[in-house]
Design a protein around this ligand. Structure first.
Ligand code: ADE
Length: 241
């Protein structure tokens, strides 16, 4: 059964382009995964379609109300579904977590907004909270798109060509090597000789060396992490089944 993803957001049109374009759009078209965007306001019951309200205890901003979110999740959830809330105070998205999500059958991605959401939502109808990085977006809708984009590459067929995508391997935690295409000479800059040599073994050696060099310069923390645990053992709570 292909993975089905329901996205709950107050800004559904933010995802129009994302779902229509790109490799992901092709995956959706060919039925390798299905994604449905829902407007949370469809589950409001008052004339003004009120989805948020002022926080108890005071403070700036508005808080997403529990009623429409509970109603939406209760209507959409299927047995075994994983209900995820996108929030900067969630566990960080990692390749291991993205791969694990790609193996699920049904995900509900809830986008929060501005100052946050009523805590009772998080306590009762959310299984996992995910952050895409240590910065605060105006709402979680783009974060939901990032999660989908990151997991899509682990669904066989979505990327077109089948690649080895194991997230635990040593090499997957290195940054990428530099790529070149024609022309071999451009404005006085030439492509490294080894890449033109046709010598496969030498090319592989060169690429690995560049990856280690780049990782050491930009993300030395990744080299340290390699010595410890595989990626999939970090950063997520077990799913509530
Ligand atoms: N919502 C707002 N900022 C976010 C972030 N960094 N990750 C996930 N959801 C968010």
């Amino acid at each position: 059964m292909p993975l089905h993803i329901d996205i709950l957001t107050l800004f559904p049109r933010m995802l129009d382009g994302f779902l229509a374009e790109s490799i992901l759009g092709k995956g959706v078209e060919s039925g390798l995964l299905s994604v449905k965007v829902h407007n949370l306001r469809d589950w409001t019951t008052d004339k003004h379609k009120t989805a948020d309200d002022r926080p108890f205890g005071g403070g700036a901003g508005m808080v997403l109300k529990p009623e429409p979110v509970f109603a939406a999740i209760e209507q959409l959830q299927k047995p075994g579904c994983r209900r995820i809330y996108l929030t900067p105070d969630g566990v960080p998205l990692s390749p291991g977590l993205a791969e694990e999500l790609s193996h699920q059958q049904h995900l509900i991605l809830l986008s929060g907004h501005y100052e946050g959401i009523d805590q009772r939502i998080r306590d009762q109808v959310i299984d996992q909270e995910i952050s895409i990085g240590d910065y605060v977006l105006t709402n979680g809708t783009l974060a939901a798109a990032v999660v989908i984009d990151a997991l899509a590459r682990f669904i066989p067929g979505v990327l077109g060509e089948e690649k080895s995508l194991t997230s635990e391997s040593f090499t997957s935690k290195l940054l990428d090597f530099p790529q070149y295409t024609r022309p071999a000479e451009f404005r006085g800059m030439s492509v490294p000789e080894v890449l033109l040599s046709g010598h496969h073994g030498e090319i592989e050696k060169w690429r690995l060396a560049r990856r280690i060099e780049k990782t050491r310069q930009v993300r030395p923390d990744l080299l340290e992490k390699n010595q410890h645990e595989p990626d999939h053992q970090r950063n997520h709570r077990p799913s509530a089944q």
